[in-house]
Design a protein around this ligand. Structure first.
Ligand code: NAD
Length: 451
């Protein structure tokens, strides 16, 4: 495999893997011959490429373009040494994968989690390429991550880790190059540290990162945007399906940034939320849970644990409850081969990234379950991140109402484009979404020219 790598020489070095050819040619062949391997409960680039491949099967695109579109442009892998509060040194792994920038600067979140590895980050970076294309915002796709259990870090350690990570990747990011944003276990404070560290190295530059605090060039509406966007999509879906939201039951997995706001907005619309969960447990009430009470219990980063209302159930049981709409808003691969036969929801709205594995997706499709894919359902975050970037570049700020109005317009337009194509071509929504996104990235690639 042609690959230019600088070997690690102590802590100040980094390794860059230029994926000029295709890192996973062997894997890709496996995917397209239908012999995929499963990777347990971890997100994998193969899984994203499975959905990509399924869309390519219904498109008329040459094999060369296929290779080009599936391959990340660049994967950066760094070592991040950190002096812990007690004086000992730990070295963490960090990644930034830049998947495709045919349509604009790379864009994508940064997650801090124990499961993060290069393969997962590649998978998420690729999803961002399709998400930004589908929603017609002028970006490509990227993702970053650090393999760390943030619960083991003090606030000071977290800040030093973030700043050190920026020191390692700053040459690869920038307002017109690659713009990180929050994802799992990273928040507005982490984005503020990134902005500050980048500005120390390159001069004042708020547009280098989005999802910043409101008091530091953040955008009104960004915090709630992913949950809000998912609910805008749910409203359109139910309208198309001839259903009244007040007569529709929901379960939401995860009460972090995405799940919390999805629950709040669904509750405000009068939806019957029969189950919610987070990492500490789950509760159920077939008559509907008191959502605002639960949100007050977990607000400010609290856990569901200790909440005494509803009936306590396990996290796994939440997914298989009798309900109309399941909203996975926590982690990846939660609906998989082990529980797909038990799923009773008629609709799954993927507020999290990759919550449904390819095998489960095929099974549920056969069963007639309608799945709104992640690249559409959770695109609200990156759409409002785009608005934040635009405001930063213009040294201007919008009111939240404007952000919400523009978000509604963009995400519902994408939803209807997907729905229309799915109907016209007899496709599931995920395949239709990928077909549209691949078409847009493919066109931009060809127009720019390959040299
Ligand atoms: P978060 O860290 O704020 O929240 C994650 C939530 O999931 C927490 O409530 C946690 O307790 C819960 N959780 C973890 N493991 C669980 C389990 N096994 N069972 C049930 N709940 C569990 O993360 P987030 O920002 O809300 O992101 C959630 C998902 O949405 C991720 O897949 C992320 O990539 C995706 N996403 C987030 C955004 C965003 O703007 N934050 C945008 C697009 C996609």
């Amino acid at each position: 495999m042609p690959r230019n790598a600088w070997p690690l020489t102590g802590w100040d070095s980094f390794t860059v893997l230029w994926n000029i050819s295709f890192r996973g040619v062997a894997c890709e062949r496996i995917i397209f011959s239908g012999l995929r391997c499963e990777r347990g409960d971890r997100l994998s680039f193969e899984d994203t490429n499975y959905f990509f491949g399924r869309a390519m099967d219904v498109m008329d695109v040459g094999g060369n373009i296929e290779d080009l579109l599936v391959t990340p442009n660049r994967s950066v892998s760094v070592k991040i040494p950190l002096e812990m509060d007690d004086g000992h040194i730990r070295v963490f792994e960090g990644y930034r994968v830049q998947h495709n920038n045919a349509r604009g600067p790379f864009k994508g979140g940064l997650r801090f989690a124990a499961e993060v590895d290069l393969d997962e980050v590649q998978s998420l970076a690729s999803l961002m390429t399709w998400k930004t294309a589908l929603t017609q915002i002028p970006y490509g796709g990227a993702k970053g991550g650090v393999t760390v259990d943030v619960r083991e870090l003090s606030k000071g350690e977290l800040e030093r880790l973030t700043r050190r990570f920026v020191n390692r990747i700053h040459e690869f990011i920038g307002p017109q190059t690659d713009i990180p944003a929050p994802d799992m276990n990273t928040n507005a404070q982490v984005m503020a540290w990134i902005m500050d560290q980048y500005s120390t190295l390159h001069g004042h530059n708020p547009a280098v990162v989005t999802g910043k605090p409101l008091d530091l060039y953040g955008a009104e509406g960004r915090e709630a945007a992913t949950g809000r966007g998912a609910v805008y999509v749910i409203e359109e879906l139910l309208r198309d399906e001839g259903r009244d939201i007040k007569e529709t039951s929901f379960a939401i997995q995860g009460l972090g940034n995405v799940g919390f706001f999805a629950a709040r907005f669904l509750g405000a619309l009068g939806a019957k939320i029969v189950g919610v969960s987070d990492v500490s447990g789950a509760v159920y009430d077939e008559g509907g849970l008191p959502v605002q009470e639960i949100l007050s219990h977990v607000s400010g980063g609290g856990l569901l644990e200790g909440y005494t209302g509803g009936n306590a159930i396990s996290n796994d049981e939440l997914l298989t409850l009798p309900m109309d709409v399941l909203v996975p808003a926590a982690i990846g691969n939660v609906i998989n081969e082990s529980n797909m036969r038990e799923i009773r929801a008629s609709y799954i709205v993927e507020a999290a990234n990759s919550p449904v594995t390819p095998k489960a997706d095929e099974h549920l499709k056969e069963k007639g379950v309608i799945i709104v894919p992640d690249i559409l359902a959770n695109a609200g975050g990156v759409i409002v991140s785009y608005f934040e970037w635009v405001q930063n570049l213009q040294n201007f700020s919008w009111k939240e109402k404007q952000a919400n109005t523009e978000l509604h317009a963009k995400i519902t337009e994408a939803y209807h484009e997907v729905r229309k194509l799915a109907k016209r071509r007899g496709l599931d929504l995920r395949t239709a979404a990928f077909v549209l996104a691949i078409g847009k990235v493919g066109k931009a690639t060809v127009l720019r020219g390959i040299y």
